[in-house]
Design a protein around this ligand. Structure first.
Ligand code: CMP
Length: 441
């Protein structure tokens, strides 16, 4: 039931995501089109007019959508009509009205620049970016870089359009033969001026062009410095997990060099870390979950570990309650090839479930292999259930991911679920009998 609810929420907000993305695409086209058309003095007719009517319609529909479409706020889907209307009226409504109404119809074509009001819609992009970041579909730093690149390009485009509108300075006549060439050359001027490169090959000729150039230079210098700083920090953050892990590894390497750890042991330690990186990007599951409230911890643990328990035959048909109790208490453990998880004759402190990799059930001297257990198998239950020492040793064949269920937890679960207790005892007795291994054998 709960999962269904999450799925519906997700679906509804996804449709809204697609619509918003479409509206932003249209807005971007407008942000490019209007300044360009105004600067090149292209009249609003033919295809341009059709596009204008189309975008007025899109913006108007979007306003209706904003009044009624449920939105996600703090992870909750708000669908209540009154709250939605109030929220929109208090938020984007005024801006959207200014951007949607075709003002020049009222003011006449003499006031065509009022169309620039349409650009107010671009304000939605920041919110859209935040939503994409929250949706966590791609790396947040990468997303920020894409948006930053988008804004810089748009800004350079506006500067180029302004430059054309003011007469394009000393751009030669060979570039003025058609609008595309004139635009390309002006865009080049804008980029070199914003980036403070300023080759001086295109210079202002009139006082107003000079003032405009000074403004673009001043704003450009600020923006350029800001962009470089932001890009540097975003690149550093691009792969936080890897940076963190590399730093950790460097510390360990320094320590090993300093303490002259033997090379083969160093190689094993490096191999272990490589495995941690490849299997879980260096994250320690217990550490990541530590700060979460119990309910979320349960859901994540269920999501991560349920498939392990589903593969374990003893849990087939077990109640949800029982699985939850166990899943919440599983402790992840990693062993490297050749490690002994425990040895024959030891007191049992817990039983293990294999999530990945292989282990061998071996004799005390490690020479006789009784069985090889893989993903979905479990071991170490006999000592706990029969109150006897371990009847065999367990050795990792490859890197193994295990989940440990400690003795106390198992005992408390068994007390609560007597049916399961009988079932697991029966299976343990069968395994013990089948293997012919008993205490001291
Ligand atoms: P325990 O005695 O606690 O510790 C050793 C474990 O190895 C034992 O529980 C069983 O879970 C497991 N085990 C022992 N012999 C075999 C076998 N032949 N096949 C599979 N598992 C075994």
């Amino acid at each position: 039931m709960h999962e269904d609810l999450i799925a519906t929420n997700y679906k509804e907000s996804r449709v809204k995501h697609y619509w918003d993305a479409f509206v932003l695409l249209v807005t971007t086209a407008v942000a490019v089109e209007i300044p360009l058309r105004l600067s090149l003095r292209i009249p609003l007719e033919g295809g341009w007019l059709i596009f204008d009517v189309f975008l007025t319609l899109v913006f108007a529909i979007d306003m209706i959508v904003n009044f009624f479409a449920p939105v996600m706020i703090d992870g909750q889907l708000v669908a209540d009509r009154k709250s939605l209307v109030r929220r929109y009226l208090k938020g984007w409504f005024v801006l959207d009205v200014l951007a949607t109404v075709p003002w020049d119809v009222f003011f006449g074509s003499a006031a065509e620049s009022v169309r620039l009001l349409r650009l107010l819609r671009l304000a939605h992009i920041a919110t859209f970016m935040q939503r994409l970041i929250k949706a966590n579909v791609i790396n947040a730093s990468l997303l920020r870089m894409v948006f930053l690149a988008f804004w810089i390009t748009l800004f350079a485009h506006w500067c180029a359009c302004g430059w054309i509108a003011l007469g394009a300075g000393s751009i030669g006549t060979e570039w003025r033969v058609d609008s595309t060439l004139l635009y390309i050359r002006s865009f080049y001027w804008a980029v070199t001026t914003i980036a403070t490169i300023g080759y001086g090959d295109i210079i202002p000729l009139t006082p107003i062009q000079t003032v405009y150039t000074i403004l673009v230079e001043i704003i450009g210098a600020g923006i350029y410095g800001y962009i470089i700083a932001i890009f540097a920090s975003l690149i550093a953050k691009l792969d936080v997990a890897r940076n963190h892990f590399t730093e950790h590894l460097e510390k360990i390497n320094t320590f090993m060099r300093l303490r002259k750890i033997p090379p083969d042991l160093q190689a094993r330690i490096c191999g272990y870390h490589e495995y941690l990186w490849n299997s879980r990007r260096g994250y320690d599951e217990a550490h990541v979950l530590a700060d979460l409230p119990e309910s979320l911890k349960l859901q994540i643990s269920l999501f991560l570990n349920r498939h392990i328990l589903e593969k374990v035959p003893i849990f087939q048909g077990a109640s949800n309650d029982l699985l939850q109790q166990i899943v919440l208490n599983l402790k992840p453990r990693v062993f490297t090839p050749g490690d002994y998880i425990f040895c024959e004759g030891e007191i049992g402190e817990g039983m293990y479930f294999i999530s990945r990799g292989r282990v061998e059930v071996v004799s005390k001297d490690g020479k006789t292999i009784f069985a090889t257990l893989t993903e979905g198998n479990y071991f170490g239950e006999i000592a706990l259930l029969m109150s006897q020492p371990r009847n065999a040793s367990i050795r990792a064949v490859d890197y193994v991911d295990l989940y440990l269920l400690e003795r106390d937890t198992l005992e408390s679960v068994l007390k609560k679920f007597p049916d399961f207790q009988a079932h697991i005892h029966e299976l343990a007795a069968k395994r013990q009998a089948a293997t012919g291994l008993a205490q001291g054998s």
